[in-house]
Design a protein around this ligand. Structure first.
Ligand SMILES: Cc1cc2nc3c(=O)[nH]c(=O)nc-3n(C[C@H](O)[C@H](O)[C@H](O)COP(=O)(O)O)c2cc1C
Length: 196
């Protein structure tokens, strides 16, 4: 079974929706993405969740960035959401695939023009001599694509994390927190609890 069972997906969606509805949270869809490079060194950074369904969790980035390089060599990742106002953490581990070009195109087309230009201007994770160079590149691409739709850069698109391990962590009194674990097995998912 490759898809997440409906009840896990529903709970994940409910937690994200409750995070979005929480006035104190500025980036409720932010998740820490951990990857591992060819040298075995882990790296973590924040990305935004842009789509969620039974197949997995989608974020967008530059395929030539450091995370892109990590994922090309080792297509597995861990994700971690933390909604502090809700005292909740959601952890996901899984395999990672690039989403279809059509799906990336559709999302890219929905972005603000400034963000589209930014995707062209940024050679994400590469050294930048000075900030003005980035601004200059953005101006050049803005001029190049003026008056027409901005095409998606070929090196920019989405990844889907296909969960094989999901853990819901809820804070409880006296540090007696609740941890509900779901793990994908050979022919389905198993559920268990963990000591906090
Ligand atoms: C709140 C927040 C949201 C971010 N969202 C994204 C995102 O969706 N995609 C992305 O590529 N970088 C995003 N970033 C920037 C990344 O954290 C990171 O700096 C960048 O992707 C380069 O990472 P890398 O060099 O490890 O590839 C975000 C940063 C923050 C603080």
């Amino acid at each position: 079974m490759t898809q997440m069972p409906q009840h896990i997906l529903d709970r994940m969606k409910a937690w994200i929706d409750e995070g979005v509805a929480e006035p104190g949270l500025l980036e409720p869809t932010a998740m820490v993405l951990a990857t591992v490079g060819v040298d075995g060194m882990p790296a973590a950074r924040v990305v935004l969740l842009k789509a969620l369904d039974a197949q997995g969790l989608v974020f967008y980035t530059n395929y030539q960035s450091n995370k892109g390089r990590d994922l090309a060599a080792n297509p597995r990742a861990a994700l971690c959401f933390h909604w502090d106002a809700l005292r909740r953490q959601l952890r996901v581990q899984g395999d990672v695939v690039q989403i279809s070009q059509a799906e990336s195109d559709a999302y890219f087309a929905s972005r603000a023009v400034g963000s589209q230009i930014g995707a062209w201007a940024s050679e994400q994770s590469r050294p930048l001599d000075r900030y003005e160079t980035l601004i200059g590149r953005a101006s050049v691409f803005a001029e190049q694509f003026e008056g027409g739709p901005v095409p998606r850069p070929p090196h920019w698109g989405g990844y889907r994390v296909i969960p094989n391990r999901v853990e819901f962590w809820s804070s409880k009194d006296d540090r007696l927190h609740q941890r509900d674990l779901h793990v994908r097995g050979g022919d389905g998912w198993t559920e268990s609890s963990l000591f906090p």
